[in-house]
Design a protein. Structure first.
Length: 319
């Protein structure tokens, strides 16, 4: 769940606790050029107040009207489709004839939503399965790669930190990188075995693990939704972590260092059981070339590169 939809969840919980009648609309299917991804949330109160978005503003006014006059009085979820025809798409302002299929829940369960919020706050992944015939939902432990499901019987959504960044080293650059990663909806884990950094990170939003990076990576179980960045500038720590990260399914592996040091690092890694193809997956010098000099600027360039790789955007050649 990204930060926008998390704010919707928090507002929905607050509204329900205050006694308001609330409906939740979820984007469950899109065709064409849809402005909001599957799983996006919009919460609508009976008095017309809303939070979140399902279309970037194209259909919200009509949806609010339908919820207030029809759907809020029902007991079970209702499917709403916008943009079935080119004419309707144009009327609602959907780009390129895009179509949205929404599932509107008129009776979301406060206890269930509170449990989802608690799990997310504890950096846990949880799945909510809604029975479309009854409107009731159940919670089960989620997994990072679980896909969204909506058919004639259920809607199953997974919430929590789907994307994860593991930072090797707890120095100043790591802290700036962690802050930008958190703002970009990554779960952040910082690993550093050094005593001088043992008390350096005392924050609830960052998981700090004191241990050898390569051992910790194996314990964490790096997957395809994980980025690993080595920022200690100490080969004894960085190289061992990179060796494990490059053999893992991590979608991004990067390391701080100059071009010369990056080539030396690649040569060292080849001395271990890392293949040439795996070594070539290493991003270094880390980050997009934007002329960054200060730690926060370098952190911005690093996050920009990670996000580009995350979405499959070609990385410009570093000059």
């Amino acid at each position: 769940m990204n930060s926008t939809d998390l704010s919707v969840l928090k507002a929905t919980v607050d509204w329900l606790k205050s006694g308001h009648q609330v409906a939740i609309a979820t984007v469950v299917q899109t065709w064409g050029s849809a402005p909001r991804p599957i799983g996006s949330w919009l919460a609508i109160r009976s008095d017309g107040q809303v939070t979140g978005s399902v279309s970037g503003g194209c259909v919200e006014d009509d949806l609010i009207r339908r919820v207030q006059t029809e759907i809020l009085n029902r007991e079970t979820p209702e499917t709403v489709i916008y943009g079935v025809s080119q004419q309707e798409a144009a009327r609602f302002g959907l780009p390129c004839g895009g179509t949205l299929r929404l599932l509107v829940e008129p009776k979301p369960e406060l206890a269930t939503l509170e449990a989802v919020l608690a799990s997310i706050s504890n950096h846990q992944i949880i799945s909510r399965t809604v029975n479309l015939n009854t409107g009731k939902s159940i919670l089960t432990p989620g997994i990072r790669n679980e896909t969204f499901i909506c058919d004639d019987a259920i809607m199953k959504t997974t919430y929590g930190p789907r994307w994860r960044m593991v930072i090797i080293g707890a120095g100043q650059l790591s802290l700036y990188t962690a802050d930008f990663a958190l703002a970009s909806d990554f779960e952040v884990i910082v690993i550093d075995p050094r005593e001088e950094y043992a008390e350096g990170i005392d924050r609830e939003d960052i998981q700090f693990i004191k241990g050898m990076p390569d051992d910790v990576l194996l314990e964490l179980g790096v997957d395809a939704h994980t980025a690993v960045v080595a920022l200690t500038h100490d080969p004894k720590l960085d190289d061992m972590a990179l060796m494990e990260a490059l053999k893992s399914p991590a979608f991004y592996v990067g390391a701080l260092g100059s071009r010369v040091n990056t080539q030396k690092r690649k040569s060292r890694l080849l001395e271990f059981d890392v293949t040439e193809d795996q070594v070539e997956q290493l991003h270094g010098p880390v980050g997009l070339f934007i002329g960054a000099l200060t730690p926060p600027e370098i952190a911005i360039s690093l996050l920009a590169e990670v996000i580009a790789v995350k979405y499959g955007v070609p990385i410009p050649e570093k000059t």
